[in-house]
Design a protein around this ligand. Structure first.
Ligand code: PRP
Ligand code: URA
Length: 218
């Protein structure tokens, strides 16, 4: 199988850290149970969120410390919205809201129709007011064919959203190429680019069905 070259897509950011590798290793292990899986997915999400916010603009604010007056930096949290792609994106949401607790939250419901070509089906869409003025951080632990990510990005763009980032834990080269090519303005932060998609469009080695593992539904 020919390796997909992603080097020209500067909007794909594979975040590297030994602790991420360690935690992904626990998630990949099929013996890892729901509680631990959910906790670690949240931790990875929080770390990726810090990375995604590395260039965030800050405002100056004059405050009083116990010692003196000083000028500190503040993030206008109201400028941000997290949008998990249901269901599995909720597993990452638990972590990212620790990083920006006052960001608004929207939801996009999407499931992959695995009986009919793995195309995503959108069943829910609810986003905060004035979403078009916010930077939206889309959340989904898995980017496989890229279909769900593409549809979610397009739904947000149709709503007038201009700044979008995508956070996922594990991605497949096939799906990354499609999304990065079509949406060069969307930065994709992932903890790992895996090897390939199998005949069922599951990521290899992957971690199985993220939604089922987060919610214990299988
Ligand atoms: C999973 C995952 C993504 C999608 C990725 O969701 O959470 O949303 O598959 O696959 P794609 O890149 O090929 O579109 P799933 O459809 O299993 O729904 P769930 O979150 O409700 O389990
Ligand atoms: N969705 C998942 O949850 N896992 C995969 O490997 C592919 C799609």
């Amino acid at each position: 199988m020919e390796k997909i070259d992603l080097s020209k897509y500067t909007n794909i950011i594979e975040v590297k850290h030994p602790l991420l590798e360690h935690k992904l290793g626990i998630l990949r292990d099929k013996r890892t149970g729901t509680k631990e899986f959910r906790e670690i997915a949240g931790e990875i999400g929080e770390y990726l969120c810090y990375k995604a916010m590395e260039e965030a603009e800050l405002d100056d604010k004059v405050i009083q410390t116990p010692i003196c007056e000083t000028t500190v930096k503040r993030l206008n949290e109201d400028n941000y919205a997290f949008v998990p792609i249901l269901r599995a994106g909720l597993g990452i949401l638990d972590g990212v809201i620790k990083a920006i607790p006052n960001a608004k939250i929207g939801h996009i419901g999407m499931y992959r129709d695995d009986e009919n070509g793995h195309k995503p089906v959108n069943y829910f869409f609810k986003v905060p007011k004035h979403i078009e003025d916010k930077e939206v951080i889309l959340l989904d632990p898995m980017l496989a064919t890229g279909g769900s990510a593409m549809d979610a990005i397009e739904l947000l763009k149709e709503k007038g959203v201009k700044k979008i980032k995508f956070i996922c834990m594990i991605s497949a080269p096939e799906g990354l190429k499609v999304v990065a090519e079509k949406h060069p303005d969307v930065k994709i932060y992932c903890a790992k680019i895996d090897e390939y998609l199998n005949e069922d469009a599951y990521i290899v080695p992957g971690l199985g069905d993220a939604g089922d593992r987060i919610f214990g539904t299988k």
